[in-house]
Design a protein around this ligand. Structure first.
Ligand SMILES: Nc1ncnc2c1ncn2[C@@H]1O[C@H](COP(=O)(O)OP(=O)(O)O)[C@@H](O)[C@H]1O
Ligand SMILES: CC(=O)N[C@@H](CCC(=O)OP(=O)(O)O)C(=O)O
Length: 301
């Protein structure tokens, strides 16, 4: 069959559409009952029509028997809120420096508008989404992150209320998914010892959640075609060895750093397939899960 791009779908003959639907049968059988963790990055959720098609795809996956779990980001949305308050976003190695005021904004944006928009859209598409933060049902426990300091390894960098995950208790997620709900999780953790709430990079939460849930797939939706090499070409597969080289020569930077590290960890710890996808391509989730066509970059251990 010739390649059909998502934007061509309205002009293809019905028999070809039927072929495409039929192509999904072996994948539906293979993935029935399996968990798919979907990281929905803030950069992938900027356009309303794409958000709606994302919501429809998630509902479709649930209806055909998969268990989608959504972990959402919201970096650009936090940046806009901070800007309105006259504050600049500041990142170190892809992690937001989070002082107490910034933490308030993070909680308000992620656990509020961003999460509720996704929940609403999934529900409008016919699903039953439930929004959670890491505080709900003891889902994500964390402690203050001490950022490695390359210049002075004995003196870790203090980046404020940014957390490292200490444990995930997935029971609330499992109970919801068994009851046909679709969990939509904000990357916020809490420390039961100091009572603090922590900002956690959404890629890190998605990777750990996929490991703990023994997910079949971890799909990270972002705003690039996948991982690009130095010349801007898409790397379709990426193994640990090449990742080390790309980190060392600076090809991977910024928000891609925690994304790739988390993706690699998940691949090493039992998640069967891990992909970084272009969330700007309509129906990228369906293309990746239900067709022969691989999209984006696959990360292997
Ligand atoms: N080698 C690379 N290939 C692709 N993107 C990269 C690379 N290195 C850095 N990036 C940056 O990483 C960004 C994606 O990470 P991030 O901004 O955190 O997105 P998200 O909000 O989806 O998590 C891309 O938009 C790109 O600017
Ligand atoms: C510690 C840290 O960096 N937290 C992230 C959480 C949101 C996030 O990860 O959003 P994206 O997936 O859209 O990048 C932040 O404050 O931006």
């Amino acid at each position: 069959m010739t390649d059909i791009l998502p934007q061509d779908i309205n002009v293809v003959p019905p028999s070809v559409k039927a072929d495409i639907i039929s192509e999904s049968l072996p994948y539906i059988r293979r993935f029935h009952g399996k968990t798919v963790v979907i990281k929905y990055g803030g950069n992938a959720m900027t356009e309303e029509s794409l958000q709606r098609s994302f919501a429809r795809d998630v509902v479709l996956l649930k209806l055909i028997g998969l268990n989608p779990i959504v972990i959402h980001g919201g970096g650009p949305q936090i940046d806009s809120a901070l800007k309105r308050l006259g504050k600049d976003g500041n990142f170190i190695q892809g992690m937001r420096v989070t002082d107490a005021d910034t933490m308030e904004v993070v909680e308000w944006v992620l656990g509020g508008q961003v999460q509720q928009d996704i929940v609403m859209m999934i529900n409008e598409a016919g699903g039953k989404a439930v929004g959670l933060t890491g505080k709900d049902g003891g889902l994500i426990q964390a402690r203050k992150k001490l950022m490695p300091n390359k210049e002075n390894p004995d003196q870790p960098l203090d980046i404020g209320f940014v957390g490292d995950i200490t444990s995930i208790d997935p029971s609330v997620v499992k109970a919801l998914q068994d009851d046909q709900f679709i969990p939509v999780i904000s990357p916020i953790g809490y420390d039961p010892e100091d009572g603090n709430v922590y900002n956690i990079n959404a890629d890190v939460v998605a990777g750990k959640m996929a490991e703990v849930l023994l997910a079949e797939k971890l799909l990270m939706m972002t705003n690039t075609p996948g991982v690009l090499d130095k010349s801007g070409n898409l790397l379709r597969r990426l193994s640990a060895k090449v990742i080390d080289e790309l980190f060392a020569d600076g090809t991977i930077s910024g928000g891609m750093l925690p994304k790739i590290s988390s993706a690699l960890e998940a691949a090493r710890n039992g998640v069967n397939s891990v992909h970084i996808l272009d969330g700007r391509v309509p129906h990228c989730l369906l293309l990746e899960i239900l067709t022969d066509k691989g999209v984006g970059t696959m990360i292997t251990a």
